[in-house]
Every structure is written in structure tokens, then in C-alpha cells.
Design a protein around this ligand. Structure first.
Ligand SMILES: [Zn+2]
Length: 162
């Protein structure tokens, strides 16, 4: 790269000061990792595979280059599941079961957004499999306190039948 080009680029888009790494861990803490920020991208995966692998309405992933990902501890505590039908390898903590990695190839690493304790430098602005969004997923409906149950809120209105 020519030096005048890089100077021009850095003058036009000054890099915001901030953390250069983002870390996370599984529920029990046996597995911990960090990535370089900003992450490559962040997205919601509504596919049935992601839903089942996470036991959740959908999974939100942070994608990074494998070269910008490293384990801080516990890599040997992971159990791997290679999905013969849909492809890809899912790794989860052998102690607590937390999904930690989803990989489709060696170059990219996808980590559940929920495992990070800080920002990753990318908003989750993309959706995969939005046609598989479940009708039981919370989608921002108005909620009210449930009488007699402090801290519990609920959707008073029934959804109209499809
Ligand atoms: Zn764990």
C-alpha cells in the first residue's frame, strides 16, 4: 500500500478510540475467549438449526475471522458436534452446555453475541431465515405488570388467530 493512500484514508475516517478486544465466556466460566473489534458482522439466525442448538427463539451471532479469535482458557473443555445434514461444526462447553462456536469453515468463527460481556463494535442488523421467525417470539408487544408477581410483565392482549 502506498503511504499517501493510507494517510488519506486515515484522515478521512479517523479511527474512534476504544477497546481493541472484546471478551466473553460460557455460563460456568470454564471456556473464555476474545476477539479483535470491530467484529466482522453480527446477525440474527432464525433457522431451526440455530433455534435448536441454542434452545432459544433464535441465535444472535458475532462473526469474526479465525485469525482475530483466540481462547483465553478452556478450549479443551469443548465438545464438538458436526452436523451431517446442514453442515458446520457446533462446539459447546462440556461442563455447562453453553454453545460457544459455530463454524462452517476454518477461516471464520461465529460466537453467540450473548456470551460477550462488552460491545463487539457491530450492531446486529442482519437476519438469516427471517421467514422462520416463530410466532411465540417476543416482538416488542406492549407489556403490563402482572398483579401479585413483582418483576413479571405480560402481554394482556391475545394475538388474533391466524
Ligand atoms: Zn461452561
Amino acid at each position: 500500500m502506498k503511504s499517501d493512500v493510507s494517510k488519506k484514508t486515515s484522515a478521512a475516517k479517523p479511527r474512534a478510540p476504544g477497546p481493541t478486544r472484546a471478551g466473553g465466556e460460557c455460563l460456568c466460566g470454564a471456556v473464555a475467549f476474545e476477539i479483535g473489534v470491530p467484529a466482522r458482522w453480527t446477525w440474527h439466525d432464525h433457522s431451526s438449526a440455530a433455534r435448536r442448538a441454542h434452545g432459544a427463539a433464535y441465535a444472535t451471532y458475532v462473526g469474526t475471522w479465525a485469525s482475530r479469535f483466540r481462547f483465553l482458557r478452556g478450549e479443551d473443555n469443548l465438545t464438538r458436534y458436526e452436523d451431517p445434514e446442514r453442515g458446520g461444526t457446533r462446539s459447546f462447553c462440556s461442563t455447562c452446555g453453553t454453545p460457544v462456536l459455530f463454524q462452517r469453515n476454518k477461516q471464520n468463527v461465529n460466537v453467540p453475541r450473548a456470551l460477550f460481556s462488552t460491545g463487539v463494535g457491530r450492531e446486529a442488523r442482519y437476519h438469516i431465515g427471517i421467514d422462520q421467525l416463530q410466532e411465540w417470539t417476543y416482538q416488542g408487544e406492549r407489556l403490563s405488570p402482572l398483579k401479585g408477581f413483582p418483576g413479571v410483565v405480560w402481554n394482556r392482549k391475545r394475538k388474533s388467530a391466524p
